[in-house]
Design a protein. Structure first.
Lengths: 191, 199
């Protein structure tokens, strides 16, 4: 089992002209790409522009994507290059270069975080996190364990079945029920 | 309205637990269903929050912006088969198909063109193969075939003439083995010697 198979199917559909399939890739990876770009681009509005540009560049380049690496690895490289190009154009120093153990670098990251963490953003993201945490805490033990092993430990269904000493079909069902239970709490918040 | 069946399939897709064909089919279903699309996004958001507590980038407007921008982009109509990925499961099947074809051909051809004496006489069975061909043998301009066969046009293109000395060796071996095991031989083949023209 590989998480990659969904990406393979999505990429294949996009390569056959299905734009909606690309939307699913964007929905899946937007959070990761924004966080990645934000390591280079301080301003949240600029970071959104760069992330958007990275996704569009990737879309235009998809006919040349041959699946030799995972889609996310490929997208990651495009996003990094887009962010660096943006900084070169704007003659800015990449924020990433300042990360590390020195206190000045840490301070810069904290400043960047404060750029993103407007009161509205803070409130919403905290609410999302708390809602998810409460929903997970309220799950029956078997569902909580299944979803935790899958999402946190990244285990395959086969591995989870071994750890939980149950059939794979049961693992599938538990993970789905856990997701549905969490989603039931999260949905009203986001819609 | 999204059915639970679809949502369960969506959960499996998110975990990469569908077969390639199922995944392609499910992607088509999600892409055409707004509710499933939003569920897809929330499932991934939950996973991300669980993996990276304390800091998430919640940017609900980004996907919509990209969707709008994509409307102005031409659709990609240059499909490139993902050979590397397809080959992972397709290549073994192709190999299996070839192996099955070869086995089927062997089953169909062997009983017809190889008399039973081959199996019962080790000396003949271990004799050098005749270029791996079970068709008629060509000697110079003459063709010796199985009764009722008219395969000369095909045989002429695939069978090399066998040297006279080697053919004589086969005939001698065959006669000796037949005498040892008391086999009457193949009833419809006359055993003949082959000698160059004598003055």
């Amino acid at each position: 089992m590989g998480d990659n198979s969904a990406d393979v199917a999505l990429v294949e559909r996009v390569q056959h002209g299905d734009k909606k399939a690309y939307d699913l890739l964007v929905l899946k990876y937007q959070g990761k790409i924004i966080k990645l770009v934000s390591r280079f681009v301080r301003d949240p509005s600029d970071a959104l522009d760069v992330a958007q540009e990275a996704f569009l560049k990737a879309y235009r380049a998809l006919p040349n994507f041959r699946g030799e690496s995972a889609f996310y690895t490929w997208l990651y490289r495009i996003a990094i290059n887009t962010a660096k190009n943006y900084l070169a154009t704007m003659s800015r120093r990449p924020l990433e270069a300042m990360t590390g153990s020195d206190e000045d670098g840490e301070q810069e990251i904290e400043d960047w975080q404060s750029d993103w963490e407007t009161p509205e953003n803070l409130l919403l993201t905290e609410e999302i996190q708390q809602t998810i945490a409460r929903a997970i805490a309220g799950l029956p033990e078997d569902l909580r364990m299944a979803i935790t092993l899958r999402e946190l430990e990244g285990m395959s269904y086969e591995e989870i079945a071994t750890v939980m000493a149950c059939p794979i079909g049961t693992v599938r069902s538990r993970i789905f029920r856990a997701r549905e239970a969490i989603d039931g709490k999260l949905r009203p918040l986001l819609e | 309205m999204a059915h639970d069946d679809h949502k369960e399939q969506l959960s499996l897709l998110a975990d990469g637990a569908l077969t390639p064909l199922e995944a392609v089919r499910m992607v088509g279903v999600i892409a055409g269903n707004d509710e499933l699309r939003r569920t897809w996004m929330r499932y991934h958001l939950v996973g991300e929050v669980m993996r990276t507590p304390g800091r998430i980038a919640w940017t609900p407007g980004l996907a919509a912006r990209i969707r709008d921008a994509l409307e102005r982009e031409p659709a990609l109509l240059a499909p490139r088969p993902q050979r590397a990925m397809m080959a992972q499961w397709f290549r073994p099947l192709a190999g299996l198909a070839v192996a099955a074809s070869v086995a089927a051909a062997a089953v169909l051809l062997l009983p017809r063109n190889q008399p039973a004496v081959v199996n019962s006489t080790p000396a003949l069975a271990s004799a050098p193969a005749m270029e791996g061909n079970a068709g008629p043998i060509i000697l110079g301009a003459q063709t010796v075939g199985w009764p009722g066969e008219n395969a000369a046009p095909h045989a002429a293109t695939v069978v090399k003439p066998i040297p006279r000395s080697r053919l004589n060796g086969y005939l001698v071996n065959y006669s000796e083995q037949r005498a040892l095991i008391g086999s009457p031989g193949v009833p419809y083949v006359r055993v003949v010697g082959y000698e160059p023209d004598q003055p």
